[in-house]
Design a protein around this ligand. Structure first.
Ligand code: DOR
Length: 443
C-alpha cells in the first residue's frame, strides 16, 4: 500500500506547517518533501488543507458486548474515523464486563473484525480478580472505578485497592470519585429531582478525595497511574504539587467546553460522571493543560439513548457521546487562541500514545505510522444530531458552530474516511504497548 498526499500543509510536531507532499509505504511515513513524484496506489489531492497526525482517544465506551443497541465496535469506530480519531482505548464496563483475559481476547477478536481504526482495551478491576489483572498481557491498562457509574465495576475498599496497586506493573487508570462520600451526599438530596444536583452530590471533594487516594497508593508502590477525566480546579492544583514522572492525567471536552449552566438547557443530557463543574473549574483545566499538569485529552465517549436520558434525573444514565466532536471542538478553541497547533497535537495525538507506551504514533515524521487526518481549518458548520455517526444519534454540542473539520482520515496508510463516508473493507489494527512507563518525549 503506497499513499501519496499531494499539496498539503503538513503539521510538524513543532506546530509549523510544511507546504508539500507526504508519501507513505507499508503503513509508515516514508517521505515528506516538495513534489514527490512517486507512484502510489492512492493519491489524495489535499488542496492546501492541513494534514495532521490522527488523534488517539484514550478513553471511550463502545458498549460491545451487551449494549450494541447504543454503540458497537463498528459504529463507535466509524464515529471515531469521522472525527479524525485513528486509535482508541476502550473501557471495560461492557456487559459482561472485561474483567478476565478471556473477555479481553473476545473484545480483541470482535474489534479485529469490526473496527475501522486502531484499538486497544482496558481490563477492569474487581475486588477479587487480581489473578486476571496480572495475566492480562494484552490490555492497555487496568481500569479501576473508585466510584460507581455505568455498569457494576467498583473497587472502593482500601485493602482491595492496596492489593491491586501492590501487584504488577501495568498502568492503572482510575475513575476517581469517592464512593462513600457520594453515597452519603446522595442520601441528603433524595427528595430532589434537579439534574443540577448531580454536580452537588458528586462534588469537588469527592473527586479530590479519590484522586488523592490513588496518588498516595501509586507513590507507595511507585506504580504507573493515570487519572482519568480530571474535572476540578482542586484536583489540578493537587496534581501540580504531587505529580511524579509515573503519574499522568487527562481532561475531556465535556469539562473543557461545558459548565453547570448546561443543566438549564440540556437537563439530564448533560449528566455524566464526574459531573460538569463551574466556570472556575473549566478555566483551571485549560490552565492545567497549558502548563503541562494535564497531559492529554480523551473524550469518555459514553453513549446513552435519548429515551433513557428522557427518564429524567436521577433515573437517566450518566454519560455523553463525544468521540466525533473532540477534534472540531479543539480546532475551534485553537482558532479562538486557546491553544496552539503544537499543543493540540501534543494533547490529542502524541501524549496519549506516549503515556500508554504505544510506539511510533502521534506525530508526522519519517518512520512514524501513517495515521493521519486531513483537516479543513476554515470549514464552519454547526454540530448536528442528525449527522452523528454514533448509534445514539445525538451530541451534547448540537447546534454549536465549530470551525475546523476532518475531511479524510487515514489509518496505517489507508484512507478509511473520506468526503463524509467510511470506505468499504477497511480495518484498524490492535495496538501494542512497548513501555509500562511514559516514554520519554521526543523533541
Ligand atoms: O458518565 C459516565 N458514563 N462516566 C463514566 O466514566 C462512565 C460512562 C458510561 O460508561 O456511561
Amino acid at each position: 500500500m503506497r499513499l501519496l498526499v499531494r499539496n498539503a500543509r503538513i503539521a510538524l510536531p513543532s506546530g509549523e506547517l510544511y507546504h508539500g507532499d507526504l508519501f507513505a509505504e507499508g503503513g509508515r511515513i516514508a517521505a515528506i518533501d516538495r513534489d514527490i513524484g512517486r507512484d502510489a496506489d492512492t493519491v489524495i489531492e489535499a488542496g492546501g488543507h492541513v494534514l495532521m497526525p490522527g488523534v488517539m482517544d484514550p478513553q471511550v465506551h463502545f458498549r460491545e458486548p451487551g449494549n450494541e443497541h447504543k454503540e458497537d465496535l463498528s459504529s463507535g469506530s466509524r464515529a471515531a474515523a469521522k472525527g479524525g480519531v485513528t486509535s482508541f482505548l476502550e473501557m471495560p464496563n461492557t456487559n459482561p464486563p472485561t474483567t478476565s483475559p478471556a473477555a479481553l481476547t473476545d473484545k480483541l477478536a470482535r474489534a479485529d473484525e469490526k473496527s475501522v481504526v486502531n484499538y486497544g482495551f482496558f481490563i477492569g478491576a474487581t475486588p477479587n480478580n487480581l489473578d486476571h489483572l496480572l495475566a492480562a498481557e494484552a490490555a492497555c491498562g487496568i481500569k479501576i472505578f473508585m466510584g460507581a457509574g455505568t455498569g457494576n465495576l467498583l473497587v472502593d475498599q482500601e485493602e482491595d485497592l492496596d492489593r491491586i496497586f501492590a501487584h504488577g506493573r501495568k498502568l492503572i487508570a482510575v475513575h476517581a470519585e469517592d464512593e462513600a462520600r457520594i453515597r452519603e451526599r446522595r442520601a441528603q438530596f433524595m427528595e430532589n429531582c434537579d439534574p443540577a444536583d448531580h454536580s452537588r452530590i458528586r462534588d469537588e471533594q469527592s473527586a479530590l478525595m479519590a484522586t488523592a487516594r490513588a496518588v498516595r497508593l501509586a507513590k507507595k508502590y511507585q506504580r504507573r497511574l493515570h487519572v482519568l477525566h480530571l474535572s476540578t480546579a482542586i484536583e489540578t492544583a493537587f496534581l501540580r504539587r504531587e505529580k511524579t514522572p509515573y503519574i499522568s492525567c487527562e481532561a475531556i471536552p465535556n469539562h473543557l467546553f461545558l459548565t453547570t449552566d448546561a443543566y438549564a438547557t440540556m437537563g439530564p443530557l448533560a449528566q455524566m460522571n464526574p459531573p460538569i463543574r463551574s466556570e472556575h473549574d473549566r478555566q483551571a483545566l485549560w490552565e492545567g493543560l497549558r502548563s503541562g499538569v494535564i497531559d492529554c485529552i480523551a473524550t469518555d465517549h459514553a453513549p446513552h439513548l435519548l429515551t433513557e436520558k428522557a427518564l429524567g434525573y436521577p433515573r437517566a444514565p450518566s454519560g455523553m457521546p463525544g468521540v466525533e466532536t473532540s477534534l472540531p471542538l479543539m480546532l475551534t478553541a485553537m482558532r479562538d487562541g486557546q491553544c496552539s497547533l503544537a499543543e493540540l497535537q501534543r494533547w490529542m495525538c502524541y501524549n496519549p500514545a506516549r503515556l500508554y507506551g504505544v510506539a511510533n504514533k502521534g506525530r508526522i515524521a519519517i518512520g512514524w505510522d501513517a495515521d493521519l487526518t486531513l483537516v479543513d481549518m476554515t470549514r464552519e458548520k454547526p454540530v448536528r444530531n442528525e449527522e452523528m455517526f454514533t448509534r445514539v444519534g445525538w451530541s451534547p454540542f448540537h447546534g454549536r458552530v465549530l470551525t475546523g473539520w476532518p475531511i479524510s482520515t487515514i489509518v496505517g496508510g489507508r484512507v478509511v474516511f473520506d468526503k463524509g463516508e467510511v470506505l468499504p473493507n477497511v480495518h484498524g489494527q490492535s495496538l501494542h504497548y512497548v513501555a509500562s512507563t511514559p516514554m520519554p518525549a521526543v523533541s
